[in-house]
Write a protein that binds this ligand. Structure first.
Ligand code: NAP
Length: 259
């Protein structure tokens, strides 16, 4: 399986201290990739570091609110200082926006906050990563992986959560554009679109019996996603196996969007 051995590579994972991001970090560490995990919650960061180090991983944790462009730049530089070179960047931090409400009552502040976390922050992180990778390519070391955690909400009409759907659809478009522009540097860019998956973000939904009863029959696999369902794709996208795979949207939803 040497094609999936990530020894000598390093990845940044925003939102790497919990949920899908931490599951990606676990899988990357198990494939010998060094990781720099970012998040706001210091306790979650500490516990993620302990867990990943216990798996034998090289781990670097940074407290960073990705909506703060200065913090993003500082953190990216710190990750480069730590590992010398960043080979992959997983823009995974995101918000679900909390409670749902009608578009008729949506405040512009809620709309802006959603786009700030899910889209504008991705701009800052991806730009820092792309600049770093393009400079490496100019210096004779091409390559690099940009990955965004989007959502199947980008594919559907998401009533009462239109700002979330819009933020994720924009992310897909951003990724495709970067794939086309940055291919000349050997950089790939892809999006992962999870279906309903059990994390802190969706806790409220999954404990709601009415929601479970309505949604599970719509999922051909008859279960919600687990965070470990997203480890393999992270390893694949970091690995040499995906060198020619770019501009894609990987739907990982147990078949929900095809049913
Ligand atoms: P989660 O466990 O709540 O993880 C969200 C992560 O984002 C946390 O690590 C959180 O860290 C981080 N984060 C949020 N705002 C941040 C900020 N301003 N700065 C830095 N970090 C921030 O939920 P999850 O489900 O794993 O979410 C991960 C991604 O998957 C999100 O982009 C989400 O939209 C997407 N997604 C999830 C589902 C699902 O069903 N769970 C479905 C489709 C897409 P802190 O707690 O430290 O702030």
């Amino acid at each position: 399986m040497s094609m999936f051995d990530l020894s000598g590579k390093a990845a940044v994972i925003t939102g790497g201290n919990g949920g899908i991001g931490l599951a990606m970090a676990r899988a990357l560490v198990d494939a010998n990739c060094a990781v720099s995990i970012w998040g706001r919650n210091a306790a979650k960061l500490d516990s993620a570091v302990k867990e990943l180090e216990a798996r034998g991983g090289a781990v670097h944790a940074l407290r960073c609110d990705v909506t703060d462009p200065a913090c993003v730049l500082e953190s990216f530089d710190a990750a480069v200082d730590r590992y010398g070179r960043i080979d992959g960047c997983f823009v995974n931090a995101g918000t679900g926006g909390g409670g749902r409400r009608s578009f008729l009552e949506r405040s512009f502040e809620e709309w802006r906050r959603m786009l700030d976390v899910n889209l504008d922050a991705a701009f800052h992180v991806l730009q820092a990563a792309a600049r770093h990778m393009a400079a490496n390519a100019e210096a004779g070391q091409p390559g690099g992986r940009l990955v965004a955690t989007s959502s199947i909400a980008a594919l559907f009409g998401v009533a009462r959560n239109e700002h979330y759907g819009a933020s994720k659809a924009a992310l897909n478009s951003l990724v495709r554009s970067l794939a086309v522009e940055l291919a000349r540097y050997g950089i790939t860019a892809n999006a992962i679109l999870p279906g309903y998956s059990e994390t802190e973000m969706t806790e409220g939904l999954f404990t709601n019996e009415k929601f479970r009863d309505a949604v599970i029959p719509r999922i051909p696999m008859r279960r919600f996603g687990k965070v470990e369902d997203f480890g393999g794709i992270a390893v694949y996208l970091m690995s040499d196996a995906s060198a020619y795979h770019t501009a894609d949207c990987f739907v990982i939803d147990g078949g929900y969007s095809s049913y």
